[in-house]
Write a protein that binds this ligand. Structure first.
Ligand code: OGA
Ligand code: MN
Length: 299
């Protein structure tokens, strides 16, 4: 039986049904998922029952997986496999974290608009977030369509952004939250990287903004001017007309294209309820500047 596709919005979010991702995939189904992913950028697969191996196995159809940046943090052992990012509010003993936990401060960064791993030279192409348990209320995830946001830019702004390169760093997004106590080892493990402000998605030739709270300055502009431009663009890209809120159900797998979307987690009572989310993250094929044929030395 072929997959079913239910658009949630005309060209941004779709649900995919009539597929069991715990089983080997029919090549025709995989092709249909790829087509849907190119068009919508966010796909929801409800009611999937996946072991970590099945979760990462499905993700690997889209490319090699990242290693979680949790491995760079010396403060706590990992709760999940290194090829899954632990997006839960649980410590390595599987208990709800404490108010003062460093992990909690670090994860607060997910509440800021971002795209995954843009602070890595080779950023993330796709993320596949799986809900093992969810709080009874709150803890939704919002997604912003940066292709639609690009299309809606005034033409003079689109021209101004041509060829611009931003500097992304995980420490920039954490500093926005006042969280700055990182060790030298942590700093050295994740140096700042350049990324295009506008990129083209090869599968559709659509242009997209490529923004995140990780972006701190723009090469060739004064620091304050670059920061202001980034903040203005993020505000534009996250206007309600470009944003969809996903309200999780247990066993949803949600897959998004990090090249042309931003997302953020919404608040929930994280000291009271368990929220166990795990993410498989597919690497992009190259840095966004390399993909646009822009020489990084210019930055
Ligand atoms: C992520 C992320 C937000 C959330 O998994 O990359 O940012 O709502 N998640 O958990
Ligand atoms: Mn994220």
């Amino acid at each position: 039986m072929a997959i079913s596709l239910f658009p949630v919005t005309p060209d941004f979010i779709a649900e995919i049904g009539d597929i069991d991702l715990s089983r080997p995939l029919d090549p025709a189904d995989l092709a249909a998922i790829r087509d849907a992913f190119a068009r919508y950028a966010v796909l929801i697969f409800p009611d999937q029952h996946l072991s970590p191996e099945q979760h990462t196995g499905f993700a690997q159809h889209f490319g090699p997986l990242e290693t979680s940046i949790g491995v760079y943090r010396a403060d706590a052992p990992l709760r999940v496999r290194a090829d899954l990012a632990d997006v839960s509010n649980l410590n390595h003993n599987n208990e709800v974290w404490g108010e003062d936990s460093r992990l909690r401060m670090f994860q607060l960064g997910n509440r800021l608009w971002h795209t995954d791993s843009s602070f890595k030279h080779l950023p993330a192409r796709a993320s596949l977030l799986y809900a093992r348990s969810i709080p009874p209320f709150g803890g939704h995830t919002e997604f912003a369509d940066e292709r639609a946001a690009y299309d809606a830019l005034p033409p003079d702004m689109a021209r101004r952004l041509e060829g611009l390169i931003a500097e992304h760093s995980i420490f920039t997004s954490r500093a926005r939250l006042g969280f700055t106590n990182f060790s030298d080892t942590e700093h050295q493990a994740l140096p700042p990287v350049p990324q295009m402000v506008v990129r083209t998605i090869p599968e559709t030739a659509r242009k997209s903004l490529y923004l995140a709270s990780h972006a701190g300055r723009i090469f060739g502009l004064a620091d304050a001017e670059g920061r202001q431009l980034i903040d203005d663009l993020v505000a534009h890209a996250t206007e309600r007309r470009f944003v969809h809120c996903h309200r999780w159900r247990t066993f949803d797998l949600v897959m998004w294209d990090n090249r042309c979307t931003m997302h953020r987690g919404l608040e929930f009572d994280d000291l009271r309820f368990r929220r166990d989310m795990q993410r498989a993250t597919v690497s992009d094929i190259a840095n966004s500047c390399e993909q646009e044929g822009v020489r990084i030395e210019a930055a």
